[in-house]
Write a protein that binds this ligand. Structure first.
Ligand code: AMP
Length: 513
């Protein structure tokens, strides 16, 4: 099934229901949204000659027009290639070339003026919203027919381990992923408003489908990005707001809410994931916003749908095992099986750390034009995630690290996440990130980058004392580097690679290499 059928269905059922909002301003109902998507689908087909299965890239900041274009692409049977809008034009051109995109939409149509686009690819400015002309005729009154296995979204990975790879997500993958949301994350009601404060090209964009299916409101902040204050105003103005946020965004929301005495009014749910949420930060978020938090763990290759940690479980602080459970990423979602395997792919016993493997309907079809990488990632029907973790007896999965982030010091495996958790428990520590540094004696040694709440309030000795109270001495950082901020990508993930590069060459700026 073509996933754009969900838009057609919503438009038929609730033509006048509010669909798209720019800030507090309603800009389209469901009928307009669907009519516009069809009109643009016809334009793609006849104006630009895009055939079903061909790729159309989007290099844009969040906007309602972005959602409209996505649906136009699917309605026409083509494949969307949403690209992180913060990428350099050269990186984006590489992705467009790799995907064989015929068109690339940008905000102003002038991103590639000084950069060569691959042959056969043309840049277009995003059309203004609401400029549709109703199209007569019978063609594409319904979305172009698609099989579940047909490609819908080419999702380019952030490429931290080399060139970015195009994850092939089919219409069936997107359907399976979306159906898990109301089961495992949060039931969706018609009056809900999903706010896109994180990039539509990533996880936040993947949550549009279930909200279209349920006829909910879609809201793009006027800033087109994340500003805590603006979010609070939207929540209070619109009510029943839910959003996907990286842990760093949640942390900033908590800080801002505390400053102004805001308690989360108007927010229904904050779904967090994409990186580790430290226990100390989670406790503060619960104190500030109450039971409004749900966690998910996923990756582009199995989008948003490996595990979930429910609102009730997160909020149940009276539970004897709360610290362990709240620091986990929860239990397998409804459409997947999750296990932890050794190097040979054999399942490990509860408590034993190994690579996390997942199998089920949302798992990608493979990497675009990269059979070698596909073969390495999909083994005997299981996706090897490259994440290390362990399951407990109850089926809760805890993530320790990415395979490549594990530090091996003197033959012992040290999981940075564990060391970071201890640092983050210290009331003076605002942020921390732990990486390994080459060490002649130990192979690797543990280095902690630390951002303090107030400069100079702690030194290495004080932190060493702190570790003595709760952690084996061999895991204690050998070196602390105090800095004012940590380098992050546009999704809010701390760039460990950049920290490692800096250790090798400290003459470069830490946040802007
Ligand atoms: P991406 O494919 O860019 O979404 O990145 C996926 C990776 O982010 C995963 O493989 C994990 O390493 C990490 N990640 C995702 N969700 C979580 C989570 N809830 N807790 C910790 N790490 C996460």
């Amino acid at each position: 099934m073509n996933i754009a059928h969900w838009l057609l269905d919503a438009a038929q059922r609730w033509p006048r229901r509010a669909a798209l909002f720019e800030g507090l301003r309603r800009v389209a109902d469901y009928q307009t949204f669907a009519v516009q998507a069809r009109a643009r689908a016809l334009q793609l087909r006849h104006g630009f000659g895009i055939a079903p299965g061909e790729r159309v890239a989007l290099l844009m900041n969040n906007s309602c027009g972005y959602l409209e274009l996505l649906y136009a692409i699917w309605w026409s049977g083509a494949v969307a290639v949403p690209i992180n809008s913060k990428l350099h034009a050269l990186e984006a051109a590489w992705i467009a070339g790799n995907a064989g995109a015929r068109l690339i939409y940008t905000d102003d149509g002038r991103v590639f003026e000084g950069t060569e686009l691959p042959p056969g690819c043309r840049e277009l400015a995003t059309p203004a919203l609401g400029t549709f002309v109703p199209v007569p005729g019978e063609e594409l009154l319904e979305p172009h027919p698609r099989q579940d296995s047909d490609l819908a979204w080419l999702f380019y990975t952030s490429g931290t381990t080399g060139r970015s790879k195009g994850v092939m997500l089919s219409h069936g993958n997107l359907l399976a992923m979306s159906l898990c949301y109301p089961l495992d994350v949060d039931p969706v009601a018609a009056g809900d408003a999903v706010v896109y404060a994180a990039p539509l090209s990533h996880g936040a964009g993947l949550y549009n489908f279930i909200h279209v299916r349920c006829g909910a409101r879609h809201v793009v902040p006027v800033s087109r990005g994340f500003q805590a204050q603006e979010l609070f105003e939207l929540a209070q103005g619109l009510g029943q707001v839910s959003l996907f946020a990286a842990p760093t965004m949640v942390k900033r929301m908590v800080e801002e809410a505390r400053r102004q005495g805001y308690d989360g009014q108007g927010i229904k749910t904050i779904v967090y994931g994409g990186g580790p949420m430290y226990l100390a930060d989670l406790a503060q978020a619960l104190d500030t916003f109450g039971p409004r938090l749900v966690q998910i763990y996923g990756q582009g290759e199995c989008p948003m749908t490996i595990t979930a940690l429910s609102r009730e479980t997160i909020a149940d602080r009276a539970h004897a095992d709360w610290p362990g459970i709240a620091a986990s990423v929860g239990r397998a979602q409804a459409c997947v099986e999750v296990r932890v395997v050794d190097a040979a792919g054999q399942p490990l016993a509860p408590g034993e750390p190994g690579e996390i493997a997942v199998r089920g309907t949302p798992v990608m079809q493979g990497y675009w034009d990269n059979p070698q990488a596909t073969q390495a990632a999909l083994v005997d029907g299981w996706l090897r995630t490259g994440d290390i973790g362990f399951l407990d007896e109850q089926g809760y999965l805890s993530l320790t690290d990415r395979c490549k982030d594990v530090i091996i010091s003197g033959g012992s495996n040290i999981y940075p996440r564990e060391v970071e958790e201890v640092l983050m428990q210290h009331p003076e520590v605002f942020e921390a990130c732990v990486v390994g540094e080459a060490d002649a004696e130990w192979g690797e040694s543990v280095v902690a980058f630390v951002v303090l709440r107030s400069p100079d309030s702690l030194d290495a000795q004080a932190l060493n004392q702190w570790f003595l109270t709760c952690m084996a001495s061999f895991k204690k950082p050998k070196k602390y580097l105090f800095c004012t901020e940590l380098p992050k990508n546009s999704y809010g993930k701390i760039l460990k690679t950049r920290l490692r590069q800096w250790l090798k060459d400290p003459s470069q700026s830490l946040t802007n290499l």
